[in-house]
Design a protein around this ligand. Structure first.
Ligand code: MV4
Length: 488
């Protein structure tokens, strides 16, 4: 593979191109009119404008992207995440054009894109699943029967849904018929597929996912878990690896099951198997994401494996150069997603100009971003500015480094979720590891952020007064120097 086109933008396009360049592979960027001066465009060896800002007219124009690739002699297309990354028809069209799709086969994408097809595929592998229906349910009588068997509350889920879309909680039998009808009509209009199924509702679960990697020669490994329970409205906020709650035994069992899930759909490349974990550490297979995920860096940091490099190697037909027993967890990693959203204003996107933008630096700190100072954050795409990633020898060190980096990050011109991230990382429930997917809902209020600010103001005032009084005493500098001249 000599030349790769990255069918994406922002941090992930840049991140993929960096690894490609390191491997001696030329890179091609595609971009919309609003992204013409973006870092991914400037970084690439070649760049082609593919249309106006809306993604439907640019980053989702599969055929146009393939035409660009053919005209430039590209031999591989990396889709990143979002956009065309889990579009089986696009993966097929790329392959049909004689170009390597750097991702799984259209078949794997299709099977795992349907929750019902996924359940069917993994059935013979004995993977734990939440009690519920095996197939689609359209009949209320059947649903009532299921409800009586598994008990309430229930969750009605759309087969074509995922990431929380098309789910409805049903508290009791009286609500079942109406909730099912709503779920079916919502799924029909949202996905063009009204199939729904029913599961027992797990009340306070953790969301733990396993990173897998498979070559085209039948070798599949897992790269341990990522704990992704801290999320807000199905948007992940903080991800970490390893999870504070898994025992080595459960970790190995989940890893082995994730490998089986991958094998059930002949998976190749990098993928993620999502599980729910309940209070008793029972785990249940939820779904498989057939792409490189936003939070992949935490797995890279604890294993030392560059997942994009592995994706490229697998796509060009190489065998994995390591086996499961070569992999181990070294240290702890956390990722905070930094969004241009205002946590004081219901997380509304805060678009505007990055008038000040200075990344934190320091030991164990990695910033994956796609912006530079002075750039506008466009309204057309996901408002994520950066992923702030910290690594340490253990969880305590990684959290301390991430907090330091949050404090050192200088962003002006737009509101960001940095203060929200600090709130999470300093929270007792997070520090103790006792949290579930309801963390934000249970603990976050915007008053918690402003209260923190008030404290900070008070601390700042107290410090200023201290400094002033010492200065008056004429020994301010000496005392400061005695304390170590500024500290770390
Ligand atoms: C569930 C569940 C409770 N019980 N299934 C949400 C996203 C989609 N992947 C599946 N999801 C859930 N499925 C049963 N049977 C709770 C969720 C869920 C959730 C899962 C992971 C991360 C965050 C979540 C937030 C709300 C609900």
């Amino acid at each position: 593979m000599k030349k790769i086109l990255v069918a994406n933008r922002g941090e992930i396009a840049l991140r993929v191109m960096r690894t490609a360049r390191r491997m001696g592979i030329k890179t091609v960027a595609v971009y919309s009119e609003v992204d013409r001066r973006s870092p991914h465009v400037l970084f690439a060896d070649e760049a082609v404008c593919i249309g106006p800002p809306p993604s439907s007219q640019s980053y989702l124009m599969g055929q146009k992207i393939i035409e660009v690739a053919l005209s430039l002699g590209v031999d591989g297309i990396h889709p990143g995440y979002g956009f065309l990354s889990e579009n089986a028809a696009f993966a097929q069209a790329v392959t049909d054009a004689g170009i390597i799709f750097i991702g799984p086969s259209p078949y794997s994408i299709e099977v795992m894109g349907s929750k019902l097809a996924a359940k069917e595929a993994v059935k013979k592998f004995n993977i734990p699943m939440v009690p519920g229906t095996e197939g689609a349910v359209s009949d209320v009588e059947e649903a009532i029967e299921v409800g009586r068997t598994v008990g309430y509350p229930l969750l009605v889920k759309a087969s074509a849904g995922g990431g929380g879309k098309g789910m409805r909680i049903v508290e009791n039998e009286a609500e079942l018929a109406s909730q099912m009808e709503r779920a079916i009509s919502e799924a029909t209009s949202a996905f063009g597929d009204g199939s729904v199924f029913i599961e027992k509702y797990v009340g306070s679960p953790r969301h733990i996912e396993i990173q897998v990697l498979a070559d085209q020669h039948g070798n599949t490994v897992h790269l341990f878990e990522r704990e992704c329970s801290v999320q807000r409205r199905h948007q992940k906020v903080v991800e970490e690896a390893p999870s504070a709650i898994l025992t080595p035994e459960i970790r190995m069992a989940m890893g082995a099951d994730a490998v089986k899930v991958a094998q059930s759909c002949d998976y190749t490349g990098a993928g993620t198997v999502e599980f729910l974990v309940d209070e008793n550490l029972n785990y249940y297979f939820l779904e498989m994401n057939t792409r490189l995920q936003v939070e992949h860096p935490v797995s890279e940091l604890i294993t030392g494996v560059d997942l994009v490099e592995q994706q490229i190697r697998v796509a060009r037909g190489e065998k994995l150069s390591f086996s499961q027993s070569d992999l181990s967890i070294k240290g702890h990693a956390l990722e905070l997603r930094v969004y241009a959203e205002d946590p004081l204003n219901d997380f509304l996107p805060s678009i505007g100009n990055l008038s000040t933008y200075r990344r934190p630096i320091g030991e164990g700190i990695r910033v994956d971003d796609g912006f530079e100072q002075g750039m506008d954050i466009p309204i057309y795409y996901d408002p994520m500015i950066a992923k702030l990633i910290a690594f340490g020898k253990d969880r305590t060190e990684a959290i301390a480094r991430l907090l330091r980096a949050i404090a050192d990050y200088e962003i002006e011109g737009v509101a960001t979720t940095l203060p929200f991230g600090r709130f999470v990382l300093e929270h007792e429930a997070f520090l103790s590891g006792k949290f579930d997917t309801h963390f934000v809902q249970n603990y976050f209020t915007k008053e918690a952020l402003t209260a923190g600010e008030a404290d900070e103001d008070a601390v700042a005032a107290a410090l200023a007064l201290q400094v002033y009084l010492k200065e008056k005493g004429g020994c301010m500098y000496r005392r400061w120097a005695e304390r170590g001249g500024g500290g770390k």
